[in-house]
Design a protein around this ligand. Structure first.
Ligand SMILES: [Zn+2]
Ligand SMILES: [Zn+2]
Length: 556
């Protein structure tokens, strides 16, 4: 079985060198009939640098090509960076899909909320379950994280066992679900682990992350001693946090009102899957106005400052049902994801301006990360003792810190790779051996476009410099028939001396055409090129910036 071409490889198509868009492949056998499995299929969220783009997802052209050799997709958990691309990309793959019950239920709820989403058949794996997928034997290992049912995967093959950690932390008191299954991980160490492919998110942070239980205590205090209304915002998928808020409310004799669709959806899925079994019923948003201020806790979406989410609308006093007033308290039980600072700041300032007290994780333990800090990572390496370590789920700095930590923990070989690299998992000769086509897709409206398509670059330039569109009509001898038609969009009206830029551009068009030899004027492309150049430089002289320019030549 172990010929020279018979290899076990790891190949990330997303999530290596970035936080987001996770897609990991494992391949066994020799090319071109190597068997593959994919772990996770997630998205990243686009920032202002990609105007008009909502989501970024991995380019899966390699998987589409290899569809017949792809035994299936396994989801570790239901965070968007791990399963958010499934609905959009599913119809290109349609291979067996595996997930635990909560992840499957959340995927279904999300699918139902998106018109036109394809039906997706999910094979449900019980917690701690084990499946055979092609030549791979995959065992689920429950781990603590910030959403129910996060799983590490032990991927066993004839060439060795790999621990794919997924997103995890060590939390002895996670509030919801089992703590990280230390026994199973220790047993893997005894059995022998070839490689560990692991979460690097918090590899720059020393020590251990606090427990969800500690956060729950802080929340209980903050709700109990609040003088007026309390609103708590958190990541909707953090069901343990929802539960902590519900417990805090109950202890203080308050009702919980859920505000925001994402929160509603998760709360419902959590009820269906038993994760809120002993938690009181939540009240609908319509009841909010009837509850006395000291009898209500509003659980809101919008912890990242999202403009359309509940909290931003409340901060602007534009929410139809939910209002807050001077003396009320808003708790951000969340972390601001890098890039969202301004949006979150706007919401906080809106609230503070209204005299509302805002509590964040800067002053209170109202949030903990779902990812392991360095001492937790060192524990894992001590239990599993892999021969090879591959840091993933991190930006380059996180990967480098994780790599150094793994070396310090005694791992003989550490491979830092990037999306598209193929890493050979063989003790003694581990390393990058090949490359796969990798890239990004953008979700633009309801289309998926390749990241290198011109659209977004054009859009960004338009945002900086505007556009001039010019129509020139020429007769068959190349004479200008009428004044050119110009439209300037996103360009100042007048120059510093008060002259109209539209007229300056128009004059440049006429002058340029008239200066061209008649023979040249019969070539529309030559006219287009000359006019474009003239308009852009005339505007650059008067404005200091060169706009985009589109010229239409009509010959009559
Ligand atoms: Zn996660
Ligand atoms: Zn993640």
């Amino acid at each position: 079985m172990a010929g020279p071409h018979h290899e076990l490889v790891f190949a990330p198509l997303g999530g290596a060198g970035e936080i987001g868009m996770n897609l990991s492949l494992y391949g066994l056998g020799s090319e071109p009939t190597r068997s593959w499995i994919a772990i996770d299929l997630g998205v990243s969220f686009a920032g202002e640098e990609l105007p008009g783009i909502d989501l970024i997802m991995p380019d899966i052209r390699f998987l589409v090509e290899q569809r017949r050799n792809l035994a299936g997709i396994v989801l570790t958990h239901a965070h968007e960076d791990h399963f958010g691309a499934l609905i959009d990309l599913w119809s290109r793959l349609k291979v067996p899909l595996y997930a635990t019950p909560f992840t499957a239920a959340l995927l279904e709820a999300k699918r139902l909320s998106e018109p036109g989403a394809p039906e997706i058949a999910v094979n449900i794996v019980p917690l701690g379950g084990r499946i055979a997928l092609g030549p791979f034997d995959i065992e689920f290992v429950s781990v603590a994280h910030s959403i129910p049912e996060s799983n590490a995967l032990i991927i066993r093959t004839p060439l060795g066992a790999v621990l794919h950690t997924g997103d995890w932390k060590l939390d002895p008191t996670p509030i919801l679900g089992p703590p990280t299954d230390e026994q199973k991980l220790r047993r893997l160490g005894e059995e022998g682990c070839l490689a560990l492919v692991g979460d690097s998110t918090n590899a720059v942070r020393d020590g251990r992350s606090p427990s969800e239980r500690d956060v729950a205590k802080t929340l209980a205090d903050l709700v109990a001693n609040a003088p007026g209304r309390v609103a708590v915002t958190t990541f909707a998928s953090n069901v343990a946090r929802i539960r902590a808020v519900a417990d805090a409310a109950r202890a203080a004799g308050r009702e919980v009102v859920v505000v925001g669709r994402a929160m509603d959806r998760i709360a419902q899925v959590a009820r269906e899957t038993g994760y809120l079994d002993d938690v009181q019923d939540f009240r609908s948003v319509e009841t909010y106005g009837y509850l006395p201020p000291d009898k209500v806790v509003a659980l809101c979406t919008g912890s990242q400052g999202e403009a359309r989410a509940a909290l931003a609308r409340i901060a602007q006093d534009q929410h139809p049902e939910v209002t807050l007033a001077r003396g009320d308290r808003v708790i951000f039980s969340s972390r601001t994801i890098p890039g969202n600072e301004k949006a979150v700041g706007r919401v906080i300032n809106g609230l503070v301006t209204q005299g509302i007290e805002v509590v964040t994780d800067r002053t209170h333990l109202v949030h903990v990360s779902g990812h392991p800090r360095r001492a937790e990572m060192a524990d894992l390496y001590g239990w599993v003792k892999p021969k090879i370590a591959i840091p993933v789920h991190g930006e380059p700095l996180h990967l480098a810190e994780h790599a150094a930590l793994a070396r310090a923990a005694g791992v003989p070989e550490v491979v830092v790779c990037r999306n598209g690299d193929v890493v050979r998992l063989k003790a003694g000769t581990a390393g990058i051996v090949d490359e796969l086509p990798a890239g990004r897709l953008y979700k633009d409206g309801n289309l998926l476009v390749e990241a290198d398509a011109r659209t977004v670059a054009d859009r960004r330039r338009l945002g900086f410099v505007g556009v001039v569109s010019v129509a020139v009509a020429l007769d068959d001898r190349g004479g200008v028939i009428a004044d050119p038609e110009l439209e300037l969009i996103g360009i100042p009206e007048r120059n510093a001396a008060g002259a109209l830029l539209a007229e300056i551009a128009s004059d440049a068009v006429v002058r340029t055409v008239e200066q061209m030899p008649r023979a040249r004027r019969r070539d529309p492309d030559a006219v287009k090129e000359a006019v474009t150049r003239a308009v852009r430089s005339a505007l650059a002289e008067n404005w200091g910036k060169k706009p985009l320019c589109r010229v239409h030549v009509l010959t009559v």
